[in-house]
Design a protein around this ligand. Structure first.
Ligand code: ADP
Ligand code: ZN
Ligand code: ZN
Length: 743
């Protein structure tokens, strides 16, 4: 009898043992590629996954061990997923064990989750049931036992009923009488979908039709093309996604659609569910473990043909994918903040290449680096420049807060905004007020000329750090004292920007004591359903004003909202990272997109920098103009995509340990990077802008390199050093490429 060997990747996420081990497959066991097994490793049994079978091995017989047991009756990862994990290992320098962990719900490891079984009553005698039903009536035909009758009727029509619905007493009586048998049945735990059943009838706009045709052709032709769908807010992008997904299904394929945040999933989910019903699986981090497990299982079984979810959904074991769609492609939520720091769009790109299918990246405000790819011929542009039903984009009104200041208004609400809010109240309508996400620190801005105090070396706004009372450059780490006067105009009127939601609510209460105000931010939304609750209250008209961070700016339709306002774009415009301008542009457009969907709406934007090109262009809805300015600015100031920034962060309770390792890595890097000296534009190694977080000390290295043919080697060196120093002395070391923010 020929012996069969298998290569098993053991589930130890440590780089030193990221290799496969050969085991002997006992004849009695049934398993294939992707199966989870227990194997002897050292002196205990550990979990692993079979990656390959073969009929010979290099391992000498006396050292070869047997697979101890097979853990599931189905593979836990598909062959596609194993291939994908292989690509991730190369791209993000992660281990196979770690990459594979992205592919299935975490709780499966160690059998910490499984199927849920529920007791059901299964009808075995219709005749006996009818007798029982008859006994629910009195002789003269009146109903005696109404509740029981209802249950029995359901049982009669559905042939089974949940034990919990029938109740224990009734269940045992029916069983004794031989009417039903009580059985265990697997049930799916599914995330709740609240369907609004309204089906809207319309014909596609010509732009929608053109977009749909283009994508459909690529699906038919199995073409690996990347489309950038640039559609203004309200141009009807969701319908294009639905059409593309439907086309994929019609041709026997499946589809993945990624959305940025849980808070907006309900709406797209609602639309998708109306069209596709039960073949959708939803996958995001806010699901319970049971829900994750069951949704994953429905995908793997082939019961679900469409995966809709946040970034982690890109790894799901869908077979025969026909198209991948990414909504709001500019969203930073596609990048993982844990190791491996994958970007779901890059992963989507890999998957679309693997399966040779089209990838659709959609946004009203694409990332400038992606728009550049259109110009360079790497992406194909699909444009939707008009709103459906030819609704106009709402006019955006920019209020100069410098003038407010000069006129003696030191508050956060301008006179203009207060007046508009008053009118909204008197008309019985609603308003939404946005702030930037709560930042760690704020910038110093001149209320006379609008200048923000910047790093003299990096041209990046400095951040105020209260603990040290200094201004700090998050880019190069230099610190500066607080100036008394504006470096631009000499005025003494300098002020820290960055207002919290509480402050805004406070001021609103002062002006409008009669108004009902809802607040939505990180603090008020920590509980699982709080988003939905706050939105529901607002939709039901329980409040006049909703104040929130821009997490409420996307994808929500409130018909009674006639005023949207951004309290201050400045804290975003001067947030200190290389995307600050495009995020500002995007935020204004997104907020603008909220208004005027049904009723005519108004948008007010408050800022100390009304003349900034990001504000100016957004005011005119001029994306092309913004892109031209921004990309040129990036080129001149050596920012991505013209350079690449790498960061390495060292975190440990013990300050000395973190610092020592940072120094050591820094020396190693300096040595190894010598040959590329001319490509390195910046190299700093010191305490991180946020020196302490959660009681742990933080040090970092920042490297900025030119984008040219050497970049690959530089990246490899950085990863090599990282691999060498990570988790030495228990110091946590992370690397990040083009970090969204440096803290
Ligand atoms: P976007 O995502 O591009 O901002 P949506 O997909 O949210 O826009 O569409 C905006 C609204 O327009 C939705 O309520 C949608 O049902 C509706 N809609 C989409 N396509 C059409 C159409 N061809 N005619 C009329 N209404 C449409
Ligand atoms: Zn000034
Ligand atoms: Zn600097």
């Amino acid at each position: 009898m020929k012996k069969i060997f298998c290569e098993v990747i053991v589930d130890i996420a440590h780089s030193n043992i990221d290799r496969v081990f050969d085991y002997l497959m006992p004849e009695s066991m049934n398993a294939g590629i992707g199966y989870r097994v227990l194997v002897p490793f050292g002196n205990k049994n550990i979990e692993g996954i079979i990656l390959r079978f073969k009929d010979s091995t290099e391992v000498p017989e006396e050292r070869l061990k047997e697979v101890s047991s097979v853990l599931d009756d189905m593979p836990i990862v598909t062959e596609d997923q194993i291939e994908l994990a292989g690509y991730l290992c190369v791209k993000y320098r992660t281990t196979m064990a770690f990459a594979l962990r992205l592919m299935f719900p975490a709780k499966i490891r160690g059998n910490r989750i499984g199927e849920k079984a529920e007791k059901v009553l299964v009808l075995i005698s219709e005749e006996a049931l009818q007798t029982e039903i008859a006994s629910c009536y009195t002789k003269d035909g009146r109903i005696k036992a109404e509740k029981k009758l209802g249950i029995l009727r359901t049982l009669s029509s559905q042939k089974k009923i949940r034990y919990s619905e029938a109740g224990g007493a009734l269940a045992s009586r029916l069983q004794e009488k031989g009417i039903v048998s009580i059985e265990e049945e697997t049930v799916y735990r599914r995330p709740q979908i609240q369907l609004d059943s309204s089906v809207s009838e319309f014909t596609y706009t010509s732009e929608q039709q053109k977009a749909i045709d283009t994508i459909d052709r690529a699906i038919d032709g199995h073409e690996n093309r990347t489309f950038l769908l640039h559609g203004i807010t309200g141009s009807g992008k969701t319908e294009v996604y639905i059409a593309a997904v439907r086309h994929a299904l019609e041709t026997g394929k499946t589809a993945i659609c990624l959305v940025p945040e849980i808070s907006i999933t309900p709406q797209i989910l609602n639309e998708f569910s109306k069209h596709f019903g039960d073949i959708i699986a939803v996958f995001h981090s806010a699901l319970s473990d049971g829900e994750k497990y069951d949704e994953w299982k429905r995908i793997r079984n082939g019961e679900a043909k469409i995966v809709l979810g946040a970034r982690s959904a890109i790894f799901m074991p869908l077979e025969d994918i026909g198209v991948i769609i990414i909504d709001e492609e500019h969203s930073e939520s596609y990048k993982s903040d844990n190791h491996p720091r994958y970007n779901a769009i890059e992963v989507a790109n890999i998957r679309s290449k693997m399966h040779h299918i089209p990838l659709v990246l959609a946004s009203a405000t694409p990332l400038v680096e992606d728009y550049l790819k259109v110009k360079l011929g790497q992406y194909e542009l699909i444009e939707m420049k008009h709103r459906v039903l030819d609704l106009p984009l709402p006019p955006i009104e920019v209020v100069d807060m410098k003038k407010e200041f000069r006129n003696g208004n030191r508050g956060v609400l301008s006179g203009r905004l207060i007046k508009e809010l008053g009118e909204v109240l008197s008309r019985g309508e609603q308003a939404m007020l946005f702030l930037n996400r709560r930042g760690y620190a704020s910038s110093l801005i001149c209320t006379e000329c609008g200048e923000v105090v910047k790093c003299s070396h990096c041209d990046i706004p400095l951040k105020y750090h209260k603990d040290r009372n200094v201004l700090l450059c998050h880019y190069c780490g230099r610190t500066f004292g607080l100036p008394d006067t504006c470096p631009n105009c000499g005025s003494r009127q300098l002020r820290l920007v960055g207002t919290g939601t509480e402050k805004v609510v406070e001021e609103l209460e002062k002006y409008f004591p009669e108004a009902n105000i809802l607040r939505m931010d990180f603090d008020t939304t920590r509980k699982k359903d709080s988003y939905t609750n706050i939105f529901r209250q607002f939709r039901e008209g329980k409040a006049d004003f909703l104040v929130g961070t821009q997490m409420i700016a996307r994808g929500l339709d409130f018909p009674n909202v006639t005023l949207s306002a951004i309290i201050s774009v400045d804290s975003m415009l001067y947030s200190g990272d290389f995307r600050q301008e495009e995020r500002t542009y995007s935020m204004i457009e997104q907020v603008g997109g909220r208004a005027g969907r049904k009723k005519a709406g108004r948008v007010i934007v408050q800022t100390f920098s009304p003349e900034h090109y990001a504000v100016r262009c957004a005011e005119k809805h001029d994306f092309e103009g913004f892109f031209e300015k921004e990309i040129e600015y990036r080129r001149q100031t050596f920012k991505p995509p013209y350079t690449r920034v790498y960061s390495m962060l060292f975190v440990h309770q013990n300050e000395e340990k973190a610092e020592k390792l940072c120094e050591k890595a820094s020396l190693m890097l300096k040595n190894k990077l010598k040959a590329y000296e001319n490509d390195i534009l910046l190299f700093v190694s010191k305490d991180a802008p946020i020196r302490k977080l959660d009681g742990k000390s933080r040090f970092h290295i920042l490297i900025k390199a030119k984008v040219n043919k050497d970049l690959k080697y530089i990246k490899d060196i950085i990863y090599d050093v990282w691999e060498e120093v990570r988790q030495q002395d228990g110091v946590l070391v992370g690397v990040d490429i083009d970090p969204y923010s440096v803290n």
